[in-house]
Design a binder for this molecule. Structure first.
Ligand code: COI
Length: 355
């Protein structure tokens, strides 16, 4: 195990903030656990890894990441089983993707003993912060940013890796109303859409704000060349159930290889549901909606888990999607994943890791 070879310098807080948190009313991303992991890369190597009380960072105003966005992150979750043990969900997949994002953004990769081993130490220390209510989990946010005090445009020589965690409830509290975006884009072929870098999210805010002003919760992103093919939705991968088949855009240089996405694909295949990972055109989906063949459409992501859509809007017309019931695929797969993550059903895929 990773932790056998690496030692972490741990400085515990003397004043836990846990009593200040209302665990019966967790707002996504507003409460932060007691500790965080901090590691610095400089002189061509990662230095010591520290676990310290959660708190502010002190940075030079010239810190490169603040100007040019050389920054990447991950989203992961931890749950408790009925025995009170903490289970991480597919952490190695996030670690691998973090390193792919790092390569794309010209940043150093992070060794397993720091990312996975450090994360385990951190979660052990803050295990009381893993909530157990329905739909709740401990959201984990690893991120890395360029730390050089320099304003020339070049890859930094120094970087910070930080991991902090927050107890969370549901990201969306109700089915989501989405609009097909045909003017702005999230990512272009050959760009950084497949990397989990900050700019992808910053750049999505303005078109999302326009949609929200018109009464929609999120967008369906389309391809950058023709706006003909569906890519993602909001900050999630997107999936459709058409005539009993699970259809989802294949990952590409402009589509994130989502961990929830690939978990859902694996579960569908295990259930012998036909799965098609391919290009999905807007026309195909709108035809299916109009013909009553679209059984469901939903977003899939770590934060949002499975978020069904209530409406899709295209060319100024809102189309209501069928109401879901307990037998609907998105409802069943969400429940199955929830049970698997909390150890209530056998982990047949070997996805969970006890900390
Ligand atoms: C996640 O699903 O974990 C994400 O990264 C989305 C986040 C921006 C809330």
């Amino acid at each position: 195990m990773a932790t056998e070879t690496t030692t972490f310098e741990i400085r515990k807080t003397t004043q836990s903030r846990i009593a200040e948190v209302d665990f019966s009313n967790l707002v996504f991303g507003r409460s932060f656990s007691d500790h965080m992991l901090v590691a610095k890369y400089e002189n061509g190597q990662w230095g010591k890894t520290e676990i310290v009380p959660y708190g502010n960072l002190s940075l030079s105003p010239a810190t490169a990441a603040l100007h040019y966005g050389q920054t990447i992150f991950e989203g992961m979750k931890a749950y408790k089983n009925d025995e009170g043990e903490v289970l991480l969900f597919r952490p190695f997949d996030n670690w691998k993707r973090f390193n792919l994002s790092a390569q794309r953004m010209c940043m150093p990769t992070v060794p397993e003993e720091i990312f996975i081993g450090g994360l385990q130490e951190l979660i052990r220390l803050d295990s009381d912060w893993v909530p157990t209510g329905a739909g709740q989990s401990l959201y984990i946010r690893p991120y890395m940013f360029s730390a050089d005090e320099y304003i020339g445009v070049k890859p930094s020589d120094s970087y910070y890796l930080i991991i902090f965690t927050c107890p969370v409830g549901n990201y969306y509290s109700k089915p989501v109303k989405v609009r097909v975006e045909t003017e702005y884009i999230r990512a272009a072929e050959g760009g950084v859409g497949a990397a989990k870098c900050g700019g992808n999210y910053g750049g999505s805010l303005y078109p999302a704000k326009l949609a929200q002003q018109d009464g929609y919760d999120q967008l369906i992103w389309t391809d950058a060349k023709e706006h003909k093919y569906i890519e993602e939705s909001g900050t999630m991968n997107i999936m459709f159930v058409i005539d009993g088949k699970l259809v989802t855009p294949a990952v590409s240089s402009s589509i994130l290889d989502g961990v929830t996405r690939k978990s859902i694909v694996a579960v569908a295949e295990y259930w012998n549901i036909p799965v098609e990972e391919r290009r999905v055109s807007v026309a195909e989906i709108m035809d299916a909606v109009k013909a009553g063949k679209l059984d469901a459409a939903f977003g899939a992501g770590t934060a949002a888990v499975v978020s069904p859509f209530s409406h899709i809007s295209f060319e100024g017309v809102d189309y209501a999607l069928p109401e879901l019931n307990d037998a609907s695929f998105p409802v069943r797969v969400k429940e199955f994943l929830e049970k698997l993550r909390t150890g209530k059903t056998e982990d047949i895929f070997g996805w969970t890791l006890k900390v």
